[in-house]
Design a protein around this ligand. Sequence first.
Ligand SMILES: [Zn+2]
Length: 328
Amino acid sequence: MIYNNQNNLDLMQKFRKTGHFPHACLFYGEKGSGRKTLAEYFAKTLLCTGNSAPCGECSACRKLTKHVHPDFISVEHSGKLQGFSVETIRSVCRNAISAPNESNYKIYLFSDCDNISISAQNTLLKLTEEPPKHVVLLFTAVSKEAFLETMLSRMMQIPVNPCTPENCRNALLAKNFPPEKVSQAVQATGGTSVGMALQWLNSPEMQEISRQVKELTIALAKRQPYAVFQLLYQYEKSRPHVEMLLSLLLRQIRDALALKYQNQNAETIPIQLLGCETSSAALLSKYATTGKLFRMENAIDNAQNALQANVSLKLLLSALGGALLYKN
Ligand SMILES: [Zn+2]
């Protein structure tokens, strides 16, 4: 199910009807916003043999859903940063020349391109500039910045909207989760990704991390270094847990900033809080200055980059703790 992207769905239907469409597209937007789902939807509209594509029932649609369609190739990641090796790209370029196996197109999906190297892009440039008529190249990334200008100028750039908390709530209710749990999941994950909310509902670990983030927010508000480091170091063994911790903590700090802004302005501005726990965010907004909150936001941003670059978790967490607690 694709939420909050009707404009993009309409666009792809138009591509199918007119037969005119870009042969290289970049779907970009935040993690969990459904970039890959949209790219696959596009692939289905091109390969489906039913009357109203994607019909979901024809052989092509069924193969695509199972990821076994021979003309839809999900290009393999490699290396520490999960980019694409030059060798992989060369083999894509060789393979792209030959005709499709059983449809009119050959579609290549390069997912999560945020760490695509310059050499990989240079190797891909010629294919992107002059693809054979049957070739469609689909890319997904958090931001366009991962790409060289020469690549970007050859791609249609399609922003993907995250779902709204309301979309998220309805999607979870439709899956028969109890309303009370659904509210907690939407609150804890910000409600911008159904996938993340589902993960939260199905993972006691993630639920535990949101409880710990509340404790961490309180310890930061009260400036308790021992408690802050103790909370952070629990995660030194698990990269996915650190990723989750950082994304939840970032939302808490943004909420604290939003609350501060609201308190400083006489008229009441309706704000939407996205963090996992409001009372601790309110406490933090009371004790930290605006400048301090911006620096905390920056510290988390640095930690997220370090995580991408595969820095040791212990080092990352101790740098983060230091930066979050830094005096001014
Ligand atoms: Zn179909």
